[in-house]
Every structure is written in structure tokens, then in C-alpha cells.
Design a protein around this ligand. Structure first.
Ligand code: ATP
Ligand code: MG
Length: 358
């Protein structure tokens, strides 16, 4: 008998110790939120003694004012329903400082199901909240940086295209004119000596003019400003096909409208990057570029018949390539969305959708 008493006393002490010194806070409040019990862990976090709180203060007084409604709603719903409430709120210490807490609150009822009091566990989640905020800040910074990279890239391309087109292009045109003039002025004896060299030079200059036009067009397609996305993609597709031997089929209604300038540029750049990926990775024979527009949005699809890949594993190893990430970023900047559908040996579809603004 006395051994049993000793055992049950030890169990009671152990339980008491577990309640008081658990690594989380425990407390109970009555239906008017008066604190009925609180363990030492939570009292220490809050900086109060038991005498200062238990039976004297309402738990609401320890909740930062901006979370009062949330706490009130959690307790009320707990009293009427059988649910357990989980909330993240700020608690106020005796010295006025605050900490983030996660509360899991259950209701204790009597045999008639009448609410008696709550039973709450409390976790100090300050460190987790801080880490979350830090991670969010890094993600925002990263997004701002990649947007800036896209912007800088676009400005640089525009400047380079203008330099190439306006300066080099014009100089080449002048050289071409001069060569033709010289050729016309040559005596027949000089013509037989240097004529072939001159013809060769004229052909070289013609080719260089073509190259400059091509490179400038890739950097900043003038047709995009002048004729819009559908026409530009059509001619870019033809150039790509001629250069690579991959068939490109562009489908867009002749009535395809003009879009916002930045939307047209974003969708053009996505097509460029997607076609570059087809050339680099897909081993495809054909690519379909389709533009569809309705009142709300415009959708661009680039579908190839190549080897495909597993987009999920790409996401896991995103550090290896930047193309898909930059596509995503360009679309974000114009409030659009990107979807990649691909499976090994089943081709790849890149779907970009952008909301139209009227
Ligand atoms: N059309 C496609 N067909 C097959 N695999 C593709 C295709 N597009 C993308 N991939 C796969 O997805 C990866 C990521 O593409 P992403 O454009 O992000 O990077 P990258 O092309 O490797 O490098 P970067 O674009 O930075 O030069 C590619 O390395 C490739 O494995
Ligand atoms: Mg790429």
C-alpha cells in the first residue's frame, strides 16, 4: 500500500514537472478569458509570476492589440464548435516587448458538454518568423535583381542594335557606294587587273550589310515596333529555319492585334529563348509557334517534336541554366504566367499567357 502511494506521488511529481517545465508554454483560460493556470515556461517567457497573472488577469491583456480580434474569434469558435483553434499572434511581455507565438487551443468540457475552460499550448516562433521574413526578403531581392538584369539586357541590346544599324550599317552603305563609283571610273586595263577584287569586295560588303541587319534584328527587331508580334515572329521563324534546318510553323490569325509594347517584347524574347532551347537541347525536326488572343488574354505556345525533358528535375537543378528562369521573370514583369509541359521523348510545350489591358 505504502509503495503504491510512493509510486503515485512520484508520477504526480513527474507530471507536475512535465507541465511546469515543458519546452512549450501551457495555460488555461475560462470563458471570460481569465487565466486559470499557466506553466513556468510560459510565465518565464512573459516575465510574470504566477501570482501576478493567475486568477487576476485575462489572457487577452497579454495579446498585442492588433491580434485581439483574431484571438477573440479563435476562442469564440472553440466554445461553440468542437474544433481545435490554431493561431499565430504576438504576445506582450511584462516589460512591453513582444514575441511571436503559435497557440493551439482546445476546449475542456464537462459530461454535459458545457464549456469549462481552454487548454492551450504555446510555442515561441520568433526565430522561425525571423527566418521566414529573411527568406522572403532574399526572394524579393533576387526577383528585383533578375528584373533589373532583364531591363539592363534590353537597354544594352537596344543601344547595340542602334549602333550597329545606324553607324556600322551606314558606313558599310557608304563603302559600298564608293566601291561602285571606283568600279565605274576604272579604265579597262585597270578593270581587268583589279575588277575581280573590287567585285569580291562589293560582295563582301553586301554580305556584311546582311550580317549587320541580321544581328541588329536579333538584338532589337525593328519589325516589332513597326508591324507587331505576329509579323515579327513569322520573319524570325523563317530566319531561324533557314539557319538551323528546323521547320518553324507560325500560326496567328491575320487579324492578330497589336499588344502593349512591353508585352510584345516579352513574348518575342520568350520565343527567341524557347527556339534557342529547341536548337540546343531538343533534337527536334519541327516547332509550332501559335498565337491566340481573346478579349482577356494572349497566349503564345512554342511546341517542338524533340526529345523532351523532365521540368520538375530542372526546377530542382535550376542553377544550371538561366533561360527558363529569365522567361519566367519576363512574364512576371508583364503580369503573365509561364507553363512548361514536357516529358522525356515526348517533345516540349512552352506556354506563355499574358493578361490584356485595355
Ligand atoms: N525544348 C527543349 N527540349 C529539351 N530540353 C529542354 C528544352 N528546353 C529546355 N530544356 C532543358 O531544360 C534545361 C534548362 O533550360 P534553360 O533555358 O533554363 O537553360 P539552358 O538552355 O541549359 O542554359 P541557358 O539558357 O542559361 O543558356 C536545359 O538545359 C535542357 O536540359
Ligand atoms: Mg536556354
Amino acid at each position: 500500500m505504502s509503495t503504491n502511494v510512493a509510486v503515485s506521488e512520484r508520477v504526480a511529481l513527474d507530471l507536475h514537472d512535465l507541465y511546469e517545465n515543458a519546452p512549450c508554454g501551457y495555460h488555461s483560460v475560462g470563458s471570460d478569458r481569465t487565466i486559470l493556470r499557466m506553466n513556468q515556461t510560459e510565465l518565464a517567457w512573459l516575465g510574470f509570476t504566477q501570482q501576478e497573472l493567475v486568477g487576476r488577469r485575462k489572457f487577452t491583456e497579454l495579446v498585442s492589440t492588433r491580434f485581439h480580434n483574431e484571438y477573440k474569434r479563435a476562442i469564440e469558435s472553440l466554445i461553440v464548435s468542437r474544433e481545435v483553434s490554431e493561431i499565430e499572434i504576438e504576445l506582450v511581455r511584462k516589460d512591453g516587448s513582444m514575441f511571436d507565438a503559435f497557440l493551439r487551443i482546445a476546449a475542456v468540457r464537462d459530461s454535459e458538454e458545457t464549456f469549462l475552460h481552454t487548454r492551450a499550448t504555446v510555442l515561441d516562433i520568433t526565430a522561425r518568423k525571423r527566418a521566414d521574413a529573411e527568406a522572403r526578403r532574399h526572394a524579393e531581392q533576387l526577383q528585383a535583381i533578375s528584373r533589373r538584369v532583364v531591363e539592363i539586357q534590353e537597354t544594352e541590346r537596344r543601344n547595340l542594335a542602334a549602333e550597329l544599324h545606324d553607324r556600322l550599317g551606314q558606313d558599310l552603305a557608304a563603302i559600298n557606294l564608293n566601291l561602285h563609283l571606283i568600279k565605274d571610273q576604272l579604265s579597262s586595263s585597270s578593270r581587268s587587273k583589279v575588277g575581280p577584287r573590287l567585285d569580291d569586295s562589293i560582295a563582301l560588303v553586301d554580305r556584311s550589310v546582311e550580317v549587320v541587319r541580321d544581328v541588329a534584328g536579333t538584338l532589337r527587331p525593328l519589325a516589332l515596333d513597326d508591324y507587331g508580334l505576329a509579323v515579327t515572329l513569322q520573319s524570325y521563324g523563317e530566319q531561324f529555319a533557314a539557319r538551323t534546318g528546323i521547320r518553324v510553323i507560325v500560326t496567328a490569325k491575320p487579324s492578330f492585334p497589336r499588344l502593349q509594347q512591353d508585352t510584345e517584347m516579352a513574348l518575342f524574347r520568350i520565343s527567341q529563348e524557347a527556339l534557342t532551347n529547341v536548337l540546343k537541347h531538343a533534337k527536334a525536326t519541327a516547332v509550332h509557334l501559335t498565337l491566340v488572343v481573346d478579349a482577356d488574354s494572349v497566349a503564345l505556345t512554342i511546341a517542338d517534336d524533340g526529345c523532351g525533358f523532365d521540368p520538375q528535375s530542372r526546377l530542382r537543378h535550376a542553377s544550371q541554366g538561366l533561360g527558363l528562369l529569365i522567361m519566367q521573370e519576363r512574364l512576371c514583369a508583364v503580369a503573365g504566367s509561364l507553363r512548361i509541359e514536357s516529358q522525356p521523348s515526348a517533345g516540349t510545350r512552352v506556354l506563355a499567357r499574358v493578361r490584356r489591358v485595355s
